[in-house]
Design a protein around this ligand. Structure first.
Ligand SMILES: Cc1cn([C@H]2C[C@H](O)[C@@H](COP(=O)(O)OP(=O)(O)O[C@H]3O[C@H](C)C(=O)[C@H](O)[C@H]3O)O2)c(=O)[nH]c1=O
Length: 184
């Protein structure tokens, strides 16, 4: 498995190996032992899977606040997305900074988004499926969001398909982050 760092500390790009043959290919998309060997000892407890019919569907920017903050390991199993993480940890030198990574069924890349980071993606192909592991279970009372267009992210879309919730999320500048840099 190839591991790449990004401009945001803790946000990693993981690319599992694919074993090709005449039939196609095989890949271990998650292996806790390999992750631990790479220094990622997160225990994931929930798998999520979303399907977005239209190209230009944008889900985000989302988080769960403590005590149910989530690390996420995101991959695209069909179609393609631009996956984004935003540093929301008060006191961080990269607070408000973001990274965007192309995750596609073809490239097999995964993005590790730690607690304290907002997460969102926009689909760049129709009928896109995203699967991701979470280090805590869904806690609706801790679920929150920030406006997709309030961080200066270059999503490559101007009029995305949004949920009703995402249409009314607060702007980043008006939002009080529940995350503190260096907190457990
Ligand atoms: C997240 C979640 C949702 N739900 C239910 C709640 C709603 O009835 C329905 C759709 O939820 P929502 O509109 O929040 O789904 P997304 O807009 O894809 O939200 C996700 O999108 C971004 C990219 C994320 O990183 C988060 O995991 C998550 O916020 O699924 C559950 O039952 N369990 C869950 O863990």
């Amino acid at each position: 498995m190839q591991i790449e760092t990004t401009a945001l500390d803790g946000v990693l790009i993981l690319t599992p190996q694919r074993f090709g043959d005449a039939r196609g290919w095989f890949s271990e998309t998650f292996n806790a032992q390999r992750m631990a060997a790479a220094g990622v000892s997160t225990v994931f407890v929930q798998d999520n899977h979303s399907f977005s019919a239209a190209k230009g569907t944008l889900r985000g920017l989302h988080y769960q606040k403590p005590p149910h903050a989530q690390d996420k390991l995101v991959r695209c199993s069909r179609g393609a997305i631009l996956d984004v993480a935003v540093d929301a940890r008060i006191g961080s030198a990269t607070y408000g900074k973001w990274v965007a990574v192309e995750l596609t069924a073809a490239n097999g890349r995964q993005l590790l988004v730690p607690k304290g980071f907002l997460h969102g993606f926009v689909t760049t192909a129709p009928e896109t499926e995203v699967q991701y592991k979470c280090s805590d279970v869904y806690a609706p009372d801790c679920d929150g969001g920030v406006r997709w267009d309030s961080v200066g992210i270059d999503w490559g879309v101007t009029d995305p398909v949004l949920s009703a919730k995402d249409q009314v999320a607060p702007a980043f500048a008006d939002w009080q982050s529940p995350f503190v840099y260096g907190a457990a």
